[in-house]
Write a protein that binds this ligand. Structure first.
Ligand SMILES: N[C@@H](CCC(=O)N[C@@H](CS)C(=O)NCC(=O)O)C(=O)O
Length: 246
């Protein structure tokens, strides 16, 4: 059995970024799902951080999806996600950082639209197989915790919407300047994995943890917004990367 363990929340797009990279490199791993809230006892002990993902690789422990990304590139250079040429490499590093930061706005904006839907807490808590009564007590507590932790409040959500638009434009401009398929050069890179995974909750590609809604039950204005997103080049690109590279 592999001694590579990804500590994660299944629904986290940052954890998805790491899962994608591990899968792409063909590295075996097991997942350990930590319960949101109490997870911090474990993450602080393991890596002195509050967030997931954390990767345990034999005796080594690495926390934070970007640090994990560079750790994996260094120790498992097969199917490299970093280009060989210095300028392309620098561009990948820069874009990875930008899309990584955008993940915060994706999360805040989306929670701002759907946090009160029961499907959200179901997607978050169902993987733990808790007794029904425990889950029904935990759901409102977790929802309020998420609201506070990620500042799901109207002004912050609006700012995130603006930053999200800027991020989508950056993605579209970058694609326009290049091949249209990948952000840098002709091959999948860390920049693509970061952008596609961190935007994926907005597009909910089939089979991903965000594919949880019957969209026709969402508010009509939100349905329109999500459809527009799916139709524009950035949305099409995320779906194409999931179909072609995930
Ligand atoms: N910069 C971090 C961000 C990870 C992150 O925000 N993870 C969230 C889940 S999407 C988390 O663990 N939140 C729990 C907490 O902050 O207590 C990374 O890239 O790994």
């Amino acid at each position: 059995m592999t001694d590579r363990i990804l500590y994660q929340f299944p629904i986290s797009h940052y954890c998805e970024k790491t899962r994608w990279q591990l899968d792409y490199k063909g590295l075996d791993f097991r997942v350990k799902n930590l319960l949101p809230g109490p997870h911090r006892l474990r993450t602080r002990l393991m890596a002195r951080i509050d967030t997931l993902p954390i990767l345990r690789d034999g005796r080594r422990t690495v926390g934070d999806s970007t640090k994990i990304a560079y750790y994996l590139e260094k120790h498992y250079p097969q199917r490299s996600l970093l280009p060989a040429t210095p300028d392309q490499r620098a561009r990948v590093i820069e874009l990875e950082q930008k899309f990584d930061r955008l993940g915060v706005d994706v999360r805040r904006w989306l929670y701002g639209q759907i946090i009160d839907r029961p499907e959200v807490m179901q997607a978050m808590l169902d993987p733990y197989g808790l007794p029904g009564v425990v889950q029904s007590v935990l759901s409102p507590v977790t929802r309020e915790g998420v609201r506070r932790l990620y500042r799901i409040e109207p002004k912050a959500v609006m700012r995130s919407e603006q930053r999200l638009e800027e991020g989508l434009q950056l993605l579209e401009q970058t694609l326009k300047k290049g091949s249209g398929k990948y952000l840098v050069g002709e091959r999948l890179s860390l920049a693509d994995v970061a952008a596609a995974s961190l935007l994926a909750p907005l597009l909910s590609p089939e089979g991903t943890p965000w594919d949880i809604f019957d969209e026709s039950t969402l508010k009509p204005a939100l349905q329109v917004q999500l459809q527009k997103l799916r139709d524009r080049p950035a949305g099409q690109w995320v779906l194409a990367r999931y179909a072609g590279d995930r």
